[in-house]
Design a protein around this ligand. Structure first.
Ligand code: SF4
Ligand code: SF4
Length: 110
């Protein structure tokens, strides 16, 4: 039996986020973290939330705001010693969220 696309996407996300050591090297370079001074809007914070969402099925409004406010600039990827495809993880998480009917209604004040 052919596997469902969301299942394949979840596997990709799981393998990428499991490489995160939570070292925080990515945080200082992230523009949304710089402006907000809030870890929820940092690459590490996003990875952490995605991990909870995809692996544990945990969800709250914070996930939506954090994931949709990433600028997809890839600055964090240049700093990540674990070579995590952070932007790809975020894009695929957005895909799953939209597929599940979760869309950002209004941008939060970052
Ligand atoms: S730099 Fe990479 S490994 Fe370190 S916290 Fe950020 S995403 Fe995780
Ligand atoms: S790609 Fe997203 S998480 Fe990474 S530095 Fe840019 S805004 Fe921050």
């Amino acid at each position: 039996m052919e596997r469902e696309e969301p299942e394949i996407i979840k596997e990709f996300i799981e393998s990428e986020v499991s490489k995160c050591s939570f070292c925080g090297f990515c945080e200082y370079i992230c523009p949304t973290h710089h402006v907000s001074n809030d870890r929820v809007y940092s690459p590490r914070g996003r990875i952490n939330l995605i991990k909870s969402l995809v692996l544990e099925g945990w969800f709250n409004g914070m996930v939506e705001k954090s994931i949709y406010t990433c600028l997809l600039c890839r600055a964090c990827e240049y700093e990540c010693p674990s070579n995590i495809s952070i932007v790809e993880v975020i894009l695929k998480t957005r895909y799953l969220l939209v597929g599940g009917g979760v869309r950002l209604k209004s941008l939060p004040p970052v």
